[in-house]
Design a protein around this ligand. Structure first.
Ligand SMILES: [Zn+2]
Length: 95
């Protein structure tokens, strides 16, 4: 976790613009990266996501199935691991 916090500090002081990771353990998110400074190629096993209204919920456990509903719109939540962030990366100018 020290490394994740050190990377977050580099982003906070402007030395690094964003972090891309293939880790899906959610530790980068727990370190406090803002949504537009962290790209998780494989998704995140601890975040449930609503593909209808684009909201997300960070859990403190690994998500195995989608049985919960989005509090904002009532749609089914799913793990980000299923779709990752490839589409997000493809549509964002990175450099
Ligand atoms: Zn929703």
């Amino acid at each position: 976790m020290k490394t994740h916090l050190a990377l977050k500090k580099l982003v906070d002081i402007g030395k690094v613009s964003c972090v891309m990771t293939e880790n899906n353990d959610g530790l980068h998110s727990l370190a406090g990266f803002k949504k537009d400074t962290l790209f998780e190629f494989q998704g995140n096993r601890m975040t449930e996501y609503c593909y209808k209204c684009d909201s997300s919920v960070m859990r403190h456990f690994i998500i195995n199935d989608a049985i919960r509903k989005c509090v904002a719109c009532g749609s089914n939540l799913s793990s980000r691991i299923t779709k990752g962030e490839i589409k997000k990366l493809a549509t964002k100018a990175m450099f």
